[in-house]
Every structure is written in structure tokens, then in C-alpha cells.
Design a protein around this ligand. Structure first.
Ligand code: SAM
Ligand code: SF4
Length: 420
């Protein structure tokens, strides 16, 4: 999502006459886009800002700005910790960036107003040349999970009109993009002018030239029949779903305000698997949320085993100011959180390896992305289930091609294949 937002910012800056530089040392303006989801992310940004302070000191006329959720979350503390910042702009203020940069002279320019209607629908982001493009379908979130800062920093839920999404997707198809990833914090809550998310998937699938469609992140409560049917019936919608569960304990799920029980989540998984037999699943898990005890944690491990996820993003709970759970504080020590995190990571590694090994000898269509980072003479791409496939390069194989590959060996994170 931050990549997509940065591409929108690049487009806005270019319209105002700026060009992008690969080297911060050459830039007149340096903008850092940020995340506020966990404290760790914020600490990293502060470290980065100290590095950039040196570039600013070398050329005091150079302007340094901080964008995104961290700007929105804690601008006062931020200005205290990094007083050399010229500019602070929240996720709904990017349209005004050129103006803010121009006005940031003796005092910093700050704009962190949230706007219930801003979708940047009329600004085509500056996409990279890639076989995959991320297209924002909706912004903000109305779910207010107790642990999460997103609704406070990205504002209320709003969807981009389907006509704007489709215009963008057609332009991307014309540039050779093969795969579209529709983005939103609760992307399957998408609704605009009577078009729901299932209908949107079908409309995007009708765009010629687009071969694969994915989306992230859907919320379990919004996984309605129209979405499941579109996934099952529309061949371009890929058999992969990232469905964040957060916890396997009903008590913790209720405290988090997630809106489902572990049983309801497992029934949903059953419905999805019977509609889409070859479905791969990934999830997000938080360990050490307020009052999570050993029994709650054991339920999380149990649910992970019951689902058999292909992969997962796993996090230690980080208390965030402004959220509903903030005043409850932290009841699980950092040491215990680290222990639980290691346990979920170890379990997921074992599950991923088991899932991937089960694919030995199977053949898949792989959308080619380019040279593999590791392994000279190898190319990398994704299977429909979003698994990373490595295979030998050949002069005739180009990024954007779809090749058939047979799985020869597997690790927890990738499939090593031969051309089939
Ligand atoms: N909207 C998505 C959903 O609810 O399914 C997730 C969006 S959030 C940006 C990505 C993930 O960050 C969440 O699924 C959650 O696991 C994690 N996360 C959010 N707030 C957190 C917190 N305070 N501490 C630790 N992890 C957190
Ligand atoms: Fe945060 Fe996702 Fe919950 Fe929204 S649905 S509040 S983005 S965790």
C-alpha cells in the first residue's frame, strides 16, 4: 500500500514539474513515506531521518518531508524528535504537496487533515515497469480493531469508482502489465455506486491483456458469496487468499473486536476450499495481545495447524497510541512475546515446508518476473498460488511470459522447478 501511495506521490510531484532521482544526495526535495502500524516501523523511520539530517545539513535549502501514517499518527512527537523536518503530510494531503513544499520556509509546513472523500482517483500513479501492478480500490478502514491504528491514520473507508479503476487497469494492460493486485485495508468491503467487490473482480477480469488478478487484504467478515463465487468462477482471479486471522482464541478475537469466532473463520475456510479446491492461504497473526494467556496462544497454534497456511506474517503485539486497546496497556512481557513469536514462526516454517513438499512433481503455469536474486542463470516468477518459483533461464523466456514449470525441490519459501 505504501508503494502504491508513493507512486501516487511521484505522479503528483511530476505534474508539478519535479523529476524523480535515484540518489537522495542529488535531490532538492526528499520525501520519506512511512508506516505507523508497529512501534518498530516508527523507530526505523527515526533512524533514517537522522541519516537524512546530514544530507539536509550539507545543503540547507534542500527540503526534507515526512509523509504517510507516521506523519498522521504523531506529528507533535515527530517534530520534537526531528526538528529539521520541513514538511509533514498525512495520507490525504498528497495533492497539496507542491504547495506545502513551496510554503515550507522558516516554519515547517504541516497538513495532516483527513478527508473522507480523497481517493486520488483522477491521478494515475507512476507505475514501475513490472509484470505486476498494485491498484488502489479503496482507502481507509471502518473496522476499528482494538489494536490497530489504521482507521485513525488513514481515515474512514472510501472506494474508488469502478470506472476509474478500470481506466487505470486498461492503461496498465496497454503497457504490458499482466497481473493486477487490487489494494485496500479491507478490500473486499469495496462498494461504489452499487458495485460490490465480487462485481469489481469480474469487471477487472474482463479487461483484455490482464491475465491474473489478486487482492489484499480482505477481511474475513466481508468474505461474502459474491466474492467467493467470483474467485471460483473467474479463471483470471488467482487461487490464493491472504486472510488475516490475528488469533485462534475466541476470547482474544472478541477483545480485538475482529467480528468473528475461530469456528466462523474455519467454516469460511471450508467454504472457500470447497469452492476453490487448489486454494493457497496466508494470514496475519499477532502474538501477545493484551491478556493473551498460554491457553489463548495454544488456540492460535491449533488454528494454524487446522488451516495449514501456506505462509504467514507474524507480529509481536505493539501498543499503539489512539487505539482502543491503548489504555489497556501491555500484559505480556517482551520476552514472552518473543518466545511466542518464535513458536509461531517455527510452526509456520514447518507448515510451509510441508505444503510446498506436497507439490513435488506437480506442474504450474508460472508468470515470469525476471532474474532470480540468488542463483545465477535462474529466473523467478509466481505460480497461481503466489508461490515463488525458480527455474533455469533461457534466451526465449522474457518477463511477462507464462511458462510451465515442474517442481523438482521445495523449501519453506520457494519451489525450485524445471521447465515442463
Ligand atoms: N486490514 C487488514 C486486516 O485486518 O485483515 C490488515 C492491515 S494491517 C496494516 C496488517 C497487519 O498488521 C494486521 O493484520 C495485523 O496482523 C498487524 N498489526 C496491526 N496492528 C498491529 C499492532 N498494534 N501490533 C502488531 N501487529 C499489528
Ligand atoms: Fe486495522 Fe485491518 Fe482491523 Fe482495519 S480491519 S482496523 S486495517 S486490522
Amino acid at each position: 500500500m505504501n508503494i502504491a501511495d508513493s507512486q501516487t506521490v511521484t505522479a503528483i510531484m511530476r505534474r508539478a514539474g519535479y523529476t524523480a532521482s535515484d540518489n537522495a544526495g542529488d535531490a532538492d526535495v526528499i520525501l520519506l513515506n512511512t508506516c505507523a502500524i508497529r512501534e518498530h516501523a516508527e523507530e526505523r523511520v527515526l533512524g533514517r531521518l537522522s541519516d537524512l539530517a546530514r544530507l539536509k545539513a550539507a545543503h540547507p535549502q534542500r527540503k526534507l518531508g515526512l509523509l504517510g501514517c507516521m506523519a498522521q499518527h504523531n506529528r507533535a512527537a515527530l517534530m520534537r524528535k526531528a526538528p529539521w523536518l520541513d514538511l509533514v503530510a498525512g495520507p490525504d494531503s498528497y495533492r497539496r504537496l507542491p504547495e506545502l513544499i513551496a510554503s515550507a520556509n522558516f516554519d515547517p509546513a504541516i497538513d495532516v487533515r483527513l478527508d473522507r472523500t480523497e481517493t486520488y482517483a483522477d491521478i494515475p500513479p507512476e507505475y514501475e515497469n513490472s509484470v505486476r501492478a498494485y491498484v488502489t480500490a479503496m482507502r481507509g478502514c471502518d473496522k476499528f480493531c482494538a489494536f490497530c491504528v489504521v482507521p485513525y491514520v488513514r481515515g474512514r473507508e472510501r472506494s474508488v469508482p469502478a470506472t476509474d479503476i478500470l481506466r487505470e487497469v486498461r492503461q496498465l494492460a496497454a503497457r504490458g502489465v499482466k497481473e493486477i493486485v487490487l489494494l485496500g485495508q479491507t478490500v473486499n468491503a469495496y462498494r461504489c455506486d452499487q458495485v460490490g467487490f465480487g462485481a469489481l473482480l469480474r469487471k477487472v477480469a474482463a479487461v483484455e491483456g490482464i491475465e491474473r488478478i489478486r487482492f489484499t487484504s480482505p477481511h474475513p467478515s466481508d468474505m461474502t458469496s459474491d466474492v467467493i463465487e467470483a474467485m471460483a468462477e473467474e479463471p483470471k482471479v488467482q487461487p490464493y487468499l491472504h486472510l488475516p486471522v490475528q488469533s485462534g482464541s475466541d476470547r482474544v478475537l472478541a477483545a480485538m473486536g475482529r467480528g468473528y469466532t475461530s469456528q466462523a473463520y474455519l467454516s469460511l475456510i471450508e467454504r472457500l476450499r470447497s469452492a476453490i479446491p487448489n486454494l493457497a492461504l496466508s494470514t496475519d497473526i499477532i502474538v501477545g495481545f493484551h491478556s493473551e494467556d498460554q491457553q489463548d496462544f495454544a488456540s492460535t497454534l491449533g488454528l494454524m495447524r487446522a488451516v495449514g497456511y501456506d505462509s504467514a506474517f507474524m507480529f509481536k503485539y505493539s501498543v499503539r497510541e489512539h487505539t482502543r486497546a491503548f489504555k489497556l496497556g501491555d500484559t505480556v512481557s517482551d520476552t514472552e512475546k518473543s518466545r511466542r513469536l518464535s513458536a509461531v514462526i517455527d510452526l509456520q516454517e514447518a507448515l510451509s515446508l510441508e505444503r510446498n513438499r506436497a507439490l513435488l512433481g506437480c506442474e504450474f503455469p508460472v508468470l515470469v518476473e525476471g532474474p532470480a536474486r540468488r542463483g545465477a542463470g535462474m529466473l523467478v516468477g509466481k505460480t497461481p498460488q503466489f508461490k515463488t518459483a525458480l527455474f533455469p533461464a533461457a534466451p526465449s523466456i522474457r518477463p511477462g511470459d507464462t511458462i510451465r514449470a515442474r517442481v523438482d525441490s521445495a523449501t519453506a519459501h520457494s519451489l525450485v522447478c524445471a521447465l515442463a
